[in-house]
Design a protein. Structure first.
Length: 427
């Protein structure tokens, strides 16, 4: 599906976005292995989170859906049953990586696979620590989906993550729920801590000391009433659209402002963004608030080191802001971008090339020139939701009508993206 995008004159209004994807995945998985029902309000509408619900159902867990409200009738740690066929994670790296931690501990064999894109994404980062716990996981060419998982008795480990990854951390902690004793994960750089917060909410015994997380195995998890805040990663595209478009003022309501995710706002403010946080509150251990953003001239910046790890998912849209900024944007230490849904260094650079912006590509990042003029063009999502949405934002500042090819890929995380965008832009 192609989507035509015309230049915008203004971005304004108040919007509320779908539930946070990262939190929705975790609530669904933990709800399935808790005892009793969990009611999740504002569950993500993205296809990735639907994949997690599909896998949970296939493991014998009853799931009821009414709009964005989901009720999961948990079976307890030992209540899952063998699936009748291979579990389908779709395009969701979160689903396959995190759920593998649970599957590795089951008394039955299972297989979990994904679509063509997911089948190219390496899984050795979870396979290595899970194998140290005693898991038996086989993969195509030793590292790619599908993953064949056979029953084994898991043991606790102490594991130092070689690179920061919330998904790998979560896979280990979920497996640790089934191991007698204390499982410890230490991070080189603090990653998003939604799993630690959610585990506590469901009743797990968990201790966090700086970057060291300790989890006591075999807890009794209890179903909960939960609300997923609006997704900050989805909000990033609207923040960027308002910042780039003159005379804009936008309020995004009920956004998750977890400190391990709020580096996005810190970085935007360092670029000169006009952003205010209103009505700050807490729900289920997560910080939530409204974000008010107005258009503003932006300086450039550098994303490197710990900041790269904190902003890895937002880099495509930050690259667009960087190109429109005064001094441009340098992105370093971002080799992780090469193994996302696409090689995001290559796909960002290609779409910029089509818009007349010359990007210097490096093995682990890119240098994007500032004060760029965006030429209208046919832009390709390459099947990557974040590329589709990032270059839709760029198209709002182009010199004519642009076309986003394969725009339907946005539905992987945000099916309502184009409809919501059209509600707040004035052509």
């Amino acid at each position: 599906m192609d989507e035509k995008i015309s230049p915008a004159r203004r971005v304004s209004g108040r919007i509320r976005l779908p539930g946070d994807k990262s939190i929705s995945h975790r609530y669904a998985i933990l709800g399935a292995i808790a005892e009793g029902p969990s009611r999740i309000h504002n569950y993500s509408t993205g296809a990735d989170c639907r994949s997690t619900l599909g896998c949970v159902r296939a493991l014998g867990v009853q799931v009821e859906e009414q709009g964005t409200e989901v009720v999961i009738h948990g079976k307890g740690l030992d209540g899952l049953r063998a699936p009748q066929s291979s579990l389908d994670a779709g395009n969701s790296g979160s689903t396959i990586r995190m759920l593998s931690g649970v599957l590795a501990a089951q008394p039955f064999s299972s297989c979990i696979h994904g679509d063509e894109s997911l089948s190219r994404r390496p899984m050795d980062r979870i396979m290595k620590p899970l194998a140290q716990m005693g898991a038996a996981i086989a993969a195509r060419e030793g590292r790619f989906p599908p993953l064949e998982i056979t029953p084994s008795q898991l043991r606790p480990i102490e594991y130092l993550l070689p690179v920061p990854s919330a998904q790998v951390k979560t896979a280990i902690l979920l497996a640790g729920l089934y191991a007698d004793g204390m499982t410890v994960v230490e991070e080189p750089v603090r990653s998003r801590d939604h799993s630690e917060i959610a585990l506590r909410e469901f009743g797990a015994g968990l201790k966090v000391e700086k970057r060291r997380i300790s989890l006591q195995g075999r807890p009794r998890l209890a179903g909960r009433e939960l609300r997923a805040p609006s997704d900050l990663s989805s909000a990033a595209f609207f923040l960027a659209a308002a910042l780039l478009t003159p005379s804009s003022s936008l309020v995004i309501e009920g956004v998750g402002l977890n400190p391990t995710r709020a580096a996005l706002l810190d970085f935007l403010i360092s670029m000169g963004a006009s952003i205010r946080v209103l009505n700050l509150d807490q729900a289920n251990g997560e910080m939530v608030g409204d974000i008010q953003v107005s258009s503003a001239p932006l300086r450039g910046g550098v994303i490197e080191g710990e900041m790269t790890a904190a902003l890895i998912d937002e880099i495509p849209v930050l690259a667009v802001l960087g190109a429109a900024s005064e001094d441009g944007l340098a992105i370093r230490d971002a080799s992780e971008l090469r193994i996302k849904e696409t090689d995001r260094i290559a796909t960002v650079a290609e779409n910029f090339r089509r818009m007349g912006v010359a990007v210097e590509v490096q093995p682990d990042g890119m240098v994007i020139p500032g004060r760029s003029q965006f030429r209208a063009a046919r832009l390709d999502s390459f099947g990557d939701h974040r590329i589709a949405m990032a270059f839709t934002v760029a198209a709002l500042r182009a010199d004519g009508e642009s076309v986003i090819e394969n725009a339907e890929s946005a539905s992987i995380s945000f099916p309502e993206f184009f409809r919501t965008l059209h509600q707040v832009i004035e052509p």
